[in-house]
Design a protein around this ligand. Structure first.
Ligand SMILES: [Zn+2]
Length: 393
């Protein structure tokens, strides 16, 4: 009922209905040569009443019925449909836009406008197949091309149809002159992942190469190339791929460090483990590299030296993860009250880390404990990065 409906929701419809009323009044006065140009029909008031009482179905029937769709009124009809879609009443929007399209006298351009809005209605209603057909029809007619391509790209991504996503992204790039290479590289990575998961590593590596050929800055392609090669036992190739990440995006080094060190270990190249870790430590000093270096000290020296290294690192760069590991190591060589106190501290740091997100979307602020290449919230690609600072990397 109107009492429960915020004014800002009803207002656009009332204004639109008012415009319709004036328009109809004008037309009637023109036809009958009546003195007043603003005569409103009783149907108009009936429709308005339905609208104010939230009986939108009946209101639409009245408005649509009282106003013939023609060149002069088509924009108003389309706008009314759009308002319903924005309000989430997609069925009403579809009804209005379909009513516009059904008029045979409509110009091609206005018909295409209505087709475009109807395709968007279908998309909002989750009728992706029908939306897809209409967007293709518009592209074929050279109407609303960039927008239709953008929506089609969104549909194919929702459907995980990566072949078509690549095809449409390339067309969109040509139509707008705006690069889609970052997205296309992700689509190739998605195809690579499907091949990799089904045991077709060679085909997967070919798709990874295409991803890097499209976007040489693709961190995801490098990580995937590293993983596939590591799994195949090609550790040398894997190290080359993992090390590329530093040049592509230093913020993502923490994602490959452990795998990279594992590869060097399998290659019995302990010298390179130390050299690379020291290089990363000196240049970026992320907590992952600090903890991995401490692990090396533990293995080659002892717990106390590793703890001392972490203490010195924490002085320069405080980190909850660092503190937690320091407590872990220190528990092994402390006794009595000191040991008990450390256990209490460990409980606190564990709780602090338990629900802390590790990754953060730089576009929309979405936080997560899992790494996503495609933000589940804002649908951006490559926008999620490891969180930096005391609670993160
Ligand atoms: Zn996001």
């Amino acid at each position: 009922m109107i009492d429960n409906t915020p004014l800002f929701i009803v207002l656009p419809f009332v204004l639109l209905a008012f415009m319709l009323g004036i328009f109809i009044g004008r037309r009637k006065s023109e036809n009958k040569s009546a003195p007043s140009p603003y005569t409103l029909s009783s149907d108009y008031f009936k429709g308005l009443n339905y609208l104010l009482n939230e009986q939108t179905d009946k209101a639409i029937d009245v408005f649509v019925g009282m106003l013939e769709v023609g060149e002069e009124t088509v924009d108003t009809h389309i706008s009314l449909g759009n308002l319903y879609r924005q309000r989430g009443e997609v069925e009403q929007a579809i009804k209005i836009h379909q009513n516009v399209i059904a008029k045979p006298s409509l110009s091609l351009s206005k018909r295409n406008d209505a087709l475009y809005e109807l395709a968007r209605d279908f998309m909002n209603a989750g009728l992706l197949d029908r939306a897809e057909n209409l967007f293709h029809e518009l592209i074929q007619k050279q109407s609303h091309v960039p927008s239709a391509l953008k929506f089609l790209l969104s549909i194919y991504q929702q459907e995980h149809d990566w072949e078509n996503s690549i095809l449409i992204a390339k067309k969109l790039e040509a139509a707008t002159n705006i690069s889609c290479s970052q997205q296309v590289a992700h689509f190739y990575c998605e195809l690579a992942l499907i091949n990799y998961k089904s045991g077709h590593s060679t085909a997967a590596l070919k798709q990874v190469k295409k991803a890097l050929g499209t976007d040489k800055q693709s961190v995801r392609a490098s990580i995937l190339e590293g993983e596939i090669n590591q799994n195949l036992g090609n550790c040398k190739a894997a190290t080359r791929a993992y090390r590329r990440v530093e040049q592509q995006d230093p913020l993502m080094i923490s994602e490959v460090l452990e795998s990279l060190l594992q590869c060097y270990k399998e290659l019995n190249n302990t010298k390179e483990i130390k050299t690379y870790l020291e290089h990363v430590l000196n240049k970026y000093a992320g907590i992952t590299s600090i903890l991995l270096y401490a692990q090396q000290i533990q293995q080659t020296s002892n717990d106390k030296s590793a703890a001392l290294f972490i203490v010195n690192s924490l002085r320069k760069k405080p980190s909850i993860r660092g503190l937690n590991t320091l407590i872990d190591i220190s528990l092994d060589f402390t006794k009595g009250t000191a040991h008990d106190n450390l256990l209490i501290l460990q409980e606190i740091t564990n709780k602090l880390l338990e629900n802390k997100p590790v990754y953060h979307c730089t576009q929309c602020g979405f936080n997560s404990k899992t790494m996503y290449w495609h933000c589940p919230s804002c649908k951006s690609w490559s926008s999620i990065k490891p969180i930096q600072g005391i609670e993160g990397e």
